[in-house]
Design a protein around this ligand. Structure first.
Ligand SMILES: [Zn+2]
Ligand SMILES: [Zn+2]
Length: 935
């Protein structure tokens, strides 16, 4: 609407220019036509037109119902300290509404001057403008410069939002009449300032900016209220054709229009000639380019935390507010929301810094090539190529390429090598006549990869997340902390076995199991330990945790039962554990079996969920669903905010007793600070730490999950493509990262021990070899004090140690007929419970000192399992010869033992010579051949 003096001159020039001869020829005819039209309109308007207008007007929205406020608004994410950390925008929502007081007068005047110079005089429609525009349509055939007032533009943008899809003139005409009618109504309801403010918050200002505040930040990195006159003119220049006048891409076009804006401001008396000259001299466009390069926040990639938060919000909007996925997305990206996240900027900064330091990673970083390509084949079909196809291609030995190898795994020693391979593959598969659609999607990702979750176990607030290593190039990328399940290895022993076992009382920390060859099912796959084959040692649960012993853990899980374990895992919030309903292809699979004890799962677990499992123990046995935000606020009708979603209250469940939690913590302190602990390297020493190492059998995944009385953190390392971690540095790297971040987080926090519950916990002195009540005078050398959940402390007496008459030949309690009785103490071990015995690969050898039975009054009694010198044995023929043979055998054993001791120079610890047959490893009494022969 260039109707200032200069504008008319310019238009006249345009009309007479060579490119617009039609206009010239048309003008005379046009003038006559205009006259006829005006008369025609007057006649029609006086008769039928009024009825038609009323009809259209009546179908217009009621002025009381319409909302002229802009709809799409940017959402902001705030960290725990209230800092805005992220702006979420959709195509139609990069808008930050501001009030009239934040809009400088120069900005308001610039828009009025260029868009609607009679804004302050007209009543919503600009009659003078309409006539002029009509003239223009007729003379130039150009209908693009309609005589829309600011009021009409506001209605067009916020009420008739589908105007961009109008296809025919009738629709357009109808809308135009309704728009004019509503504009007049709106002018009665709102002040000029209110209308102008809504308008300035609404308009499209290119570069995905809606409203002047978003534009001020985008182009000048400042608030609208800080804009200079020169800058105001740049923004006002954009609106009539946002793409053409985009000041970043088309600064020259914008500059021409900006000068018109300034000129009109002078003409209309808003600015002086001096102000005009100063503004005109301003080198505003180089400034815009600098801002564009330095702070293009809308193109910034989400952090890992942002990504996880967005996933969580979209899910919660659907689950808790009943939205569809599309509604949830629209709400999140254009609802103008304020999201109060749980992210702790201090802790996230530490994590980001530690994980960004390439020097901390194992030497020899590999690069994994991820690849995707779409090709339009010559025959018109579309073919997609993926990473998997690339891998298969180079594994195929019929392809003669430099990459061909059976072991091809998409890992390279450098980024360049990975890129070369991607280029080479593209050349291999794209044939002549094919058309590559877009650019190939190539991502080169450093390996091994990492993830980390840290939460405050007392609130369930996730305070920091690391979803991977290396530059994050994509939004909603593969998040290893929150979206990618991995096998949890030995960390899972605590979740699957020890937590349910101790809480249910099926095992205690004093329970004893033996590391003998054991299978996952009778006759099935044998359980392996990280130190190799079974060493025959006896493990209490406490020691099995500290040493991360596999075999005793599987045995204990057999006692706990996989069914009970699964019930607990569900309560601990694991969403990836497969229950009875699981299928892998057609085959039914689930995680309700003994391999789950060691974390051999169908899918694996998410870092954030494993962390929440450990946080449950750290929080005294109460599980809190980990959360990434506390509140979502949305704009209310009064310019303030109201709560859309309150996530403050914890979703919590008591999973285990406080006493059981304390006992588990106490046992896991042994992992970090015990002499046999597997996780001592994480101990930074300023506050007590409990935790568990985790390694899958073949070092595909290495974890550390642990906590202080402040925070629970879980680190994972592994290759995205499941290569094995090989070097010692790679294998210990999870612990190093855990220590690096947690040490710094706790730098200024005072030491704080885990609080002991005031009830439900008992201490008892037990015999460490049986886990039962000690026999006074007999178990004195093996006493230990252990913690028990009240009611699970042992009531039975030690069944390992026996004092009294011992058979010198077979080391068992002597029968009354035994010829080799001697006074002493023996340690043998009772047979395992039947659910464990059935898993023993070599069967169970009866080595117990006692058989537990019930007497006539129903009391449990322990009857000694005596030696083989039964009455019947002693009565047999040739018994003298048999006994002579046994005596000779005993002498031979004694001589051998003496020789062995002499060879070793004596036992430095002064331990007594081994009793006949090592404890727990029964030596069946060999019968000398001559005796057996019955001589
Ligand atoms: Zn004992
Ligand atoms: Zn005997």
């Amino acid at each position: 609407m260039n109707y200032g003096k200069r504008g008319i001159v310019n238009q006249a020039k345009a009309i007479s220019s060579g490119t617009n001869r039609w206009g010239k020829k048309f003008s005379l005819f046009g003038f006559c036509f205009l006259l006829a039209t005006v008369i025609g309109v007057m006649i029609i308007g006086a008769s039928a037109g009024i009825g038609m207008f009323n009809g259209i007007k009546d179908t217009a929205p009621d002025v009381g119902d319409i909302d002229v406020s802009p709809k799409g608004m940017s959402t902001f994410v705030y960290d725990k300290d209230g800092n805005a950390t992220r702006k979420l925008v959709a195509k139609d929502s990069n808008r930050i509404p501001i009030g009239r007081e934040q809009i400088p007068d120069d900005l308001a005047h610039a828009f009025v001057a260029i868009e609607d110079e009679r804004f302050y005089e007209h009543n919503g429609i600009d009659i003078q403008g309409i006539i002029r525009a009509g003239f223009k349509v007729i003379t130039s055939g150009n209908a693009s410069q309609g005589a829309s007032t600011i009021t009409q533009q506001l209605i067009k943008n916020n009420v008739f939002t589908d105007w961009v899809t109008e296809t025919n003139l009738l629709q357009k005409g109808k809308r135009k009449i309704q728009e004019q009618y509503l504009a007049m109504q709106i002018e009665k309801e709102y002040s000029k300032d209110e209308i102008l403010t809504e308008y300035l918050n609404t308009i499209n200002l290119s570069q995905n900016c809606l409203g002047v505040e978003a534009a001020a930040r985008r182009y000048f990195n400042k608030h609208a209220e800080e804009l200079t006159l020169s800058e105001c003119a740049v923004i006002a220049a954009i609106t009539s054709a946002p793409t053409r006048y985009n000041p970043i891409n088309n600064p020259d076009n914008n500059a021409v229009r900006r000068q018109i804006v300034l000129q009109k401001m002078v003409e209309q008396g808003y600015i002086t000639q001096v102000e005009y000259d100063q503004a005109k001299a301003d080198d505003v466009y180089s400034r815009i380019q600098t801002v564009n390069e330095e702070s293009n926040e809308d193109n910034a990639v989400n952090t890992w935390f942002d990504d996880a938060l967005i996933d969580q919000l979209l899910k919660d909007f659907q689950d808790k507010l009943g939205m569809t996925k599309e509604q949830a997305t629209a709400k999140l990206y254009s609802g103008g929301l304020k999201i109060l996240s749980t992210q702790d900027p201090h802790i996230q900064e530490i994590c980001d810094r530690v994980y960004a330091n390439e020097e901390i990673y194992p030497a020899g970083t590999k690069y994994l090539l991820n690849f995707a390509l779409t090709v339009k084949k010559a025959d018109g079909s579309t073919q997609n190529y993926s990473s998997e196809m690339l891998e298969v291609y180079f594994k195929d030995e019929s392809h003669d390429t430099p990459y061909t190898s059976k072991g091809f795994n998409r890992l390279f020693d450098s980024r360049e090598a990975a890129q070369d391979c991607a280029d080479y593959y593209q050349e291999c598969v794209v044939e002549e006549g094919d058309e590559v659609v877009g650019d190939p999607h190539v991502r080169i990702i450093p390996q091994p990869q990492v993830s980390l979750t840290i939460e405050d176990q007392h609130t369930g607030h996730v305070v920091a997340i690391i979803g991977g290593r290396g530059e994050k190039e994509d939004n909603r990328a593969f998040n290893r902390a929150t979206a990618s399940p991995r096998q949890p290895g030995s960390t899972f022993k605590i979740m699957s076995t020890y937590l349910p076992g101790i809480d249910s009382g099926k095992i205690t920390l004093a329970s004893v199991f033996q590391d003998v060859p054991t299978a996952y099912s009778p006759g099935g796959k044998v359980v392996r330990d990280w130190w190799g084959s079974s060493n025959g040692e006896w493990y209490t649960a406490r020691r099995a945790i500290a040493r991360s012993a596999n075999v005793p853990t599987v045995q204990m899980y057999a006692v706990v039962t996989p069914e009970l374990g699964y019930e607990y895992l569900k309560k601990l919030g694991f969403t990836t554990i497969v229950g009875e309903e699981g299928y892998k292809g057609d085959k039914a699979v689930n995680d309700i079996h003994l391999a789950t004890a060691l974390g051999g799962l169908t899918k694996g677990v998410l870092n954030v969920e494993l962390n929440a499992g450990f946080a449950t123990i750290a929080n005294g046995g109460e599980y809190i669903k980990p959360k990434l935000y506390t509140k979502v606020l949305q704009p209310d009708k009064n310019g303030g905010y109201e709560v859309l979603l309150d996530n403050e209250a914890p979703e919590s469940t008591r999973v285990i007793s406080e006493a059981a939690a304390y006992i588990l913590t106490d046992a896991m302190k042994g992992v970090v600070s015990g002499s046999q602990g597997t996780g001592t390297s994480v101990n930074f020493g300023t506050t007590p730490i409990a935790g568990k190492t985790g390694t899958t059998t073949d070092y595909n995944d290495v974890w550390f999950a642990g906590y202080t009385n402040y925070y629970t953190a879980t680190t994972w390392t592994g290759f995205d493509n499941n290569e094995k971690l090989k070097s010692s540095k790679e294998k210990n790297f999870s612990k190093e990262m855990w220590r690096a971040v947690m040490e710094e987080i706790h730098k200024d926090l005072p030491s704080s021990d885990f609080p002991q519950p005031s009830s439900g916990l008992v201490k008892a002195t037990v015999c460490s070899e049986s886990g039962k009540l000690p026999i006074p005078g007999v178990c004195d050398g093996t006493l230990t004090t252990e913690l028990f959940v009240e009611g699970t402390e042992p009531t039975e007496t030690c069944d390992v140690h026996y004092q009294g008459e011992i058979c010198a030949f077979d080391g068992r309690p002597a029968s009354e007929w035994c010829p080799f009785k001697t006074q002493g103490v023996v340690a043998t071990h009772p047979a395992p419970p039947p659910e464990v015995a059935r898993l023993y690969v070599n069967g169970v050898q009866d080595n117990s000192a006692y058989t537990t039975t019930t007497d006539e009054e129903g009391n449990t009694v322990q009857v000694p399992n005596t030696c083989h010198h039964t009455n019947e044995f002693m009565q047999q023929d040739g018994i003298d010869g048999i006994l002579a043979g046994e005596r000779a055998e005993m002498e031979r054993r004694a001589a051998e033992a003496a020789a062995a001791q002499a060879a070793e120079g004596g036992d430095p610890n002064g331990a007594p010579p081994a009793p006949p047959g090592p404890p727990g490893q029964p030596t069946p009494a060999p019968i000398p051949e001559d005796v057996a022969a019955g001589n």
